[in-house]
Design a protein around this ligand. Structure first.
Ligand code: ATP
Ligand code: MG
Length: 358
């Protein structure tokens, strides 16, 4: 029997609501499967914490969670706190502090959900975006008012950092992931025609690493063309690896095509054994629907499946994903995907399917 210690950070808005649903599913699965137990330590960090304490997390925050087996994260954001403060103060502080260099964002087309993609066989599509998660365009390097020329003439510089090691580890991970899948294909996305240093380095590393994986089909694509391909040639895609910014944008596109931002799970993986990885849905705190009990919990429940897979429980992870599919097939859907069920009803349905599968 495995035992885990989870650091739970519910965050703000619907983050608090959906994280509870994910924990309910984990609790139920732990009892029915008898293969793992877990304990949760809660950390009340986020924008409310910021408004009270002037920072998004405790100043010793990373130390408080570094020995947990995994971090389960809701969402952060608040209308009165600038997004760059909430993002850098907590989510990116954890991703960068714990060197969570691979952000895995699967996109699936679930049964019973119409979605926005016009494709006859879309339930067979199954993409995984592998996002470089610690450098690239989100390096945090730059500054304001470089020339000191005053109001109306300010110059801001925002630098991207691409290291050969950083590119290589995430590209290699994409190939390793491809090897585990039925269809072995990796598509690399850059904008190397316009950004001639970092992105060309990325392309060169991709070509070098790809030679070590002759069984994996490869493709390289510019990000603008890739955005079109998501819609026009979705069957061409399998594992897609891209930089921090590009993969962020493409994953919102992918989840919107699949039906809703609320469906998309993600894993921020540290794969070198020193720090915990973090699991969270792709969406934000959605203040427009917070507190109404109507948020879609599927992205966060799917993130719990990614967490179990990472913790060495692939069968339990599959059971969660199969139960999510069974629930949407039954038509138990929140409003964002065309239904009228509550957050809780969707989770209850997933839990009932887990019970049935045992
Ligand atoms: P962030 O800045 O944190 O990325 P955002 O500005 O992208 O946040 P989100 O909070 O992700 O905004 O929400 C974008 C839109 O999608 C909102 O209209 C929100 O209601 C909707 N949405 C997001 N997540 C869900 C969900 N789980 N269920 C239902 N609707 C959602
Ligand atoms: Mg967003």
């Amino acid at each position: 029997m495995k035992h885990f210690r989870l650091a739970v950070i519910p965050g703000d808005g619907i983050g608090k609501e959906v994280i509870n649903e994910g924990l309910r599913v984990l609790e139920h699965l732990s009892q029915t499967s008898n293969t793992f137990t877990f304990e949760s330590d809660y950390f009340p960090w986020g924008c409310e914490y910021y408004l009270e304490h002037g920072k998004m997390m405790h100043e010793d925050g990373l130390n408080k969670i570094k020995n947990h087996d995994a971090i389960y994260f809701g969402a952060v954001g608040y209308p009165t706190v600038p997004d760059h403060i909430s993002l850098w103060g907590l989510r990116l502080a954890i991703c960068q502090g714990f060197d969570q260099w691979a952000n895995i964002r699967p996109v699936e087309f679930l049964p019973g959900i119409e979605g926005k993609l016009n494709h006859p066989d879309k339930e067979k599509l199954n993409w995984v975006l592998v996002r470089e998660n610690t450098e690239g365009e989100y390096s945090g390097i730059g500054g304001r008012n470089f020339t000191g020329r005053g109001p109306g003439k300010e110059v801001a510089v925002q630098s991207s950092i691409f290291t050969e090691e950083g590119c290589e580890r995430v590209i290699r991970h994409a190939f390793e992931l491809a090897l585990t899948r039925d269809r072995k294909k990796v598509t690399s996305v850059t904008k190397s025609n316009a950004q001639q240093y970092g992105m060309v380095l990325w392309d060169e590393v991709f070509q070098r690493v790809s030679k070590e994986y002759p069984e994996v089909e490869t493709d390289q694509c510019l990000v603008d063309a890739m955005a079109a391909n998501f819609v026009l040639h979705p069957e061409d895609l399998e594992v897609v690896v891209a930089s921090n910014l590009h993969a962020d944008i493409l994953s919102d596109l992918g989840s919107a095509l699949s039906g809703s931002l609320g469906l998309a799970p993600s894993a921020n993986l540290h794969l070198d054994g020193r720090f915990p990885s973090m699991f969270e849905s792709v969406h934000g705190s959605a203040p427009d629907i917070a507190g109404q009990g109507i948020a879609n919990p599927i992205g966060t429940i799917g993130s719990a499946a990614l967490m179990l897979e990472h913790l060495g429980l692939p069968e339990e992870a599959k059971l969660i994903n199969d139960s999510i599919r069974a629930a949407t097939k039954d038509g138990i859907l929140t409003a964002d995907i065309g239904g009228n069920n509550s957050t809780k009803e969707v989770t209850d349905s997933i839990i009932a399917h887990i019970s049935k599968m045992y």
